[in-house]
Ligand binder design. Sequence first.
Ligand SMILES: [Cu+2]
Length: 471
Amino acid sequence: MTVSRRGFLGAGGLALAGASMISGRTQAASLPEAPTMTEATMQPPLYPKSGPDYQPVVTLNGWTLPWRQNGDWKEFHLVAEPVVRELAPGMKAHLWGYNGQSPGPTIEAVEGDKVRIFVTNKLPENTAVHWHGQLLPNGMDGVGGLTQPHIPPGKTFVYEFVLQKSGTFMYHPHSDEMVQMAMGMMGFFVVHPRDPAERRVDRDFVFLLNAFDIEAGSYVPRVNEMTDFNLWCWNTRVFPGIDPLVVRQGDKVRVRFGNLTMTNHPIHMHGYDFKVTGTDGGWVPEGAAWPEVSIDVAVGQMRAFEFVADAPGDWAIHCHKSHHTMNAMGHDVRTFIGVNMNKTAPALKKIAPGYMPMGGAGMGEMGSMEMPLPDNTLPMMTGYGQFGPIEMGGMFSVVKVRPGLAHDDYKDPGWYKHPEGTVAYEWTGEKLAEPARGTSPDSGVKATEFRAVDPRKRPVRAAKAGGHGNH
Ligand SMILES: [Cu+2]
């Protein structure tokens, strides 16, 4: 794990604090260290060294926040601060986050734990942290102005509460919330059951859905945007920058996600049906878990689903809103499908030198196109698989199910080697007859031009040809 130490106290100080058995606030006199992460790559799961056993989660392109045990209390230290986050190779964003990254580190603990979370504010404005979904004393709920004073720049506040139940939670600011969430401030919070056998899985993946509006060539999101975002992210990453979900064949797998964007996302996984087993309100009773292949997650909600990974392969997992599997795209581009661009291009080139005709046969060609881009932006769709460009961006990744992996091996295993005879293939046998619908019998117009014909003129021509009035 690449964790650099901020050095709030040395190793000696840590041992001294750990040995102290004084309970309550006086113990908080010494701050626990606040580790920071400098990389956007997935870090290995953090196995518990004491207390009840559990299968730790892995955070896509993220990490779990180390803690210290201090008497009865599990102590964490979050630092709210400006960060630089790589969204995918080729683009970095200047955001706000926690402990070096956006989103912040995942907090993991166990049902019944007493947690003490220090929050240091290194932002240029007030902040506060809300523990989304947790049952806690009102004054620990983190709503600046309502349940506590805002945390001013440079100050550290302490949150203390007992984890009432296991499940899937988030944390995010409740202080200048619109700006601070648009700047990337959020994190995952997982509470494991006290009984290690309860709801046990072999792999447990977590990520947050977030969205940014960053103009091509710039670094800072436009925080006032409400609908027209151009970067649809999982954990502040876009495809092909999102980690694959690497799974050992036969494993029981859980995927949990929370939605902190301004719209809903139907998350769809290929190759499997799965059971929806959790919401932010808690676990779905086992007999009531329902089957899906897509599960919509509304704004502010979380969902968890589970499946047994019995089918090996490279299975796509993505948001089913097709605009959300695109990177920075202009939404004011006109549709040219069916237009014969060879006819219009010469005229357009006269007024716009360098104009490139495209879109007449769809936009898939953009997946393989290498065009000069401004600094610090990403192609609209990109990412290559073993058979060519995948033509995706944004909220897209791959569940890679492989036999024989070690139980804690999350390394990308490369592309799936398909057994012979199991890949869709080109028909090379007898040539098929051309379908009769290829031309219009009345006009003689070629199929490629057909839809570009002015429809107002067609009845006239049809009448001249006679007979076929019934198209
Ligand atoms: Cu979506």
